[in-house]
Design a protein around this ligand. Structure first.
Ligand SMILES: CSC[C@H]1O[C@H](OP(=O)(O)O)[C@H](O)[C@@H]1O
Ligand SMILES: Nc1ncnc2[nH]cnc12
Length: 298
């Protein structure tokens, strides 16, 4: 407990992408099933402490990598993390590079996304309770600062800022698509960070991604096509660096925190537009953990 009532003990949520199905070094570790009104999360969640700081880890594709990007239950994953007490989420994701200077092994702390996904549930809200949150700045700068400082402290090759193009997949891009995304100024490409980042914002959770480059996608003259074996080779060394990064950043994030300076934890303040008497009680009940702060306010 902290003496100052305006400060909260942070609980760090970690979403592990391809190649990251567990987190070592956790004390008091325990895998626990978490039920949600949105269905099943990708797997049980791993609870524990790193350097005394409470952490909750979720392997995005499940242990053994069972679920492809389009079939992930992003709503259940974010709800499960929030109902486990998580206050901020660090996503660790494999990506292809769309820039010559971002070679395999490079980490990019992205600050923007272009969402080209089309076959996913993208909101907790809907008929009976309509809300529109801002995702103009989808990444929490406070988390980005902490991740950048930790990565630089470890001398990891890291770039702060960049746009992550989120494609539907599961196939990798055509060369024409890859060239198009480069012409849009995108830095990296992957299949999972949307709607994850949008849902984290709806759930008023700070969110940041460490995009870990595994390949040059197919635009690069020296890399004709992406293959999983090529990706996997880099994935495991990236995963080792990601574990070191997590260990380095957690103590910095573990100090009692006030409100998010960027307002991530108040994203719903003016977002719900449906008149209280017109709201669907069943949907409002489902939204209890995600949006109870604003929906249940007197
Ligand atoms: C195995 S390469 C393709 C796969 O990896 C990335 O997923 P994640 O963000 O969970 O690391 C990419 O988006 C694809 O889903
Ligand atoms: N080139 C690529 N395209 C989409 N997702 C990826 N994940 C890793 N590499 C990727």
């Amino acid at each position: 407990m902290t003496a100052d009532p305006t400060l909260r003990e942070p609980v760090i949520g970690l979403i592990g992408g391809s190649g990251l199905y567990d987190i070592d070094g956790l004390e008091e570790r325990e895998w626990r099933r978490v039920d949600t009104p949105w269905g099943e999360p990708s797997d049980e969640l791993l609870f524990g402490r790193l350097a005394g700081v409470r952490c909750v880890f979720l392997p995005r594709h499940g242990r053994g990598h069972r679920t492809p990007p389009s079939a992930l239950n992003y709503r259940a994953n974010i709800d499960a993390l929030k109902r486990s007490g998580v206050t901020e989420i660090i996503s660790l994701s494999a990506v292809g590079s769309l820039r010559e200077d971002l070679a395999p092994g490079h980490f990019v702390i992205v600050d923007q996304f272009i969402d080209r996904t089309f076959a996913r549930e993208k909101s907790f809200f809907g008929p009976g309770c309509v809300a529109h949150v801002s995702v103009a700045h989808p990444v929490c700068p406070r988390l980005g600062d902490a991740l950048e400082a930790a990565a630089r402290g470890l001398s990891l090759p890291v770039t702060r800022g960049g746009t992550y193009l989120v494609m539907e997949g599961p196939q990798f891009s055509t060369k024409a698509e890859s060239l198009l995304y480069r012409s849009w100024g995108c830095s990296v490409i992957g299949m999972t960070n949307m709607p994850e980042a949008k849902l984290a914002r709806e759930a008023e959770l700070c969110y940041a991604t460490v995009a870990m480059v595994t390949d040059f996608d197919c635009w690069h003259p020296d890399h004709d096509a992406v293959t999983v074996d090529q990706v996997v080779k880099v994935l495991f060394s990236n995963a080792d660096n990601a574990r070191s990064l997590v260990k380095a950043v957690i103590p910095a994030l573990g100090v009692p925190r006030g409100p998010c300076p960027a307002g991530c934890d108040r994203a719903l303040e003016y977002a719900v537009i449906t008149a209280p008497e017109k709201r669907d009680p069943a949907l409002v009940a489902k939204l209890d953990v995600v949006a109870g702060r604003v929906l249940n306010a007197a």
